[in-house]
Design a protein around this ligand. Structure first.
Ligand SMILES: C[S@@+](CC[C@H](N)C(=O)[O-])C[C@H]1O[C@@H](n2cnc3c(N)ncnc32)[C@H](O)[C@@H]1O
Length: 227
């Protein structure tokens, strides 16, 4: 099922993430509005699983798309030459502060994931976390085309994203998710959740999905080799 996703909603999501930047990591840490969610032990164990796998991914020139606060960049930048792209200036500022504190480096670019401001085949690998789930069906091919364009055949892409955790989240379908920030403001964000299989299906246009797996309950992961 495809819901109407006007450009205004796209802009609203970009603004929502810019506002959320300073409290974004509370989601990973189960703090702030996320503190009251149960199952914290399993959540933290699955985040740790992701971290271990991200630490092993990528070498050479790595592009991270929709990088947010750099929660994953801090691991990628340990062994690759990372360029990050995000639309929200506040996210890029958080990311810069995080990497500076760790003595790490990444080229930071403010831009749109649907129109990557990079030359063809200029990266060796790519990573995006919790971004594909915000790409509406009507724009998925446009986005994947951009990812393919900036990579060369044989490059690997690692994707991590949210798995369905409640009965109202229909696999692979778009739904509007209400988000509340610490200041009480409410925002509607388009979201699509994936099992490893539906993630693999969604990414098929990129190339060969060489691995896809679940961390247990919360996350789906895939590695794709660009064809
Ligand atoms: C769910 S967050 C994911 C952040 C990070 N990848 C992570 O895994 O923690 C989504 C990110 O997408 C960014 N974003 C939203 N629309 C975008 C667009 N059109 N182009 C680039 N980044 C965008 C937001 O600013 C936000 O940082």
């Amino acid at each position: 099922m495809s819901i109407m996703f006007p450009l205004a909603a796209d802009a609203a999501m970009r603004e929502y993430y810019n506002q959320r930047a300073s409290e974004y990591d509370e989601w990973y840490l189960r703090e702030g509005v996320f503190a009251r969610r149960g199952d914290a032990e399993r959540w933290h164990a699955e985040v740790a699983q992701l971290r271990e796998r991200v630490q092993q991914f990528g070498q050479g020139r790595l592009l991270e798309i929709a990088s947010g606060t750099g929660w994953w960049t801090q691991h990628l930048a340990q062994h690759a030459h990372v360029t990050v792209l995000d639309y929200a200036p506040a996210m890029l500022a958080q990311l810069g502060a995080r990497l500076d504190a760790l003595g790490l480096h990444a080229i930071r670019v403010r831009g749109d994931a649907y129109a990557l401001p990079f030359a063809a085949t200029c990266f060796d690998c790519a990573f995006f976390g919790f971004w594909l789930s915000h790409v509406p069906h009507t724009r998925r091919l446009e986005f994947l085309h951009e990812v393919r364009r900036v990579l060369h055949p044989g490059s690997e892409v690692m994707i991590i994203d949210s798995a369905p955790t409640t009965p109202d989240q229909v696999l692979g379908a778009e739904f509007l998710h209400e988000r509340v920030l610490n200041d009480g403001s409410r925002h509607q964000v388009l979201k699509i959740v994936h099992t490893p299989d539906s993630l693999a299906q969604a990414l098929a246009r990129l190339g060969e999905v060489t691995k896809c797996w679940s961390t247990g309950r919360y996350f789906s992961v895939a590695i794709v080799k660009i064809s």
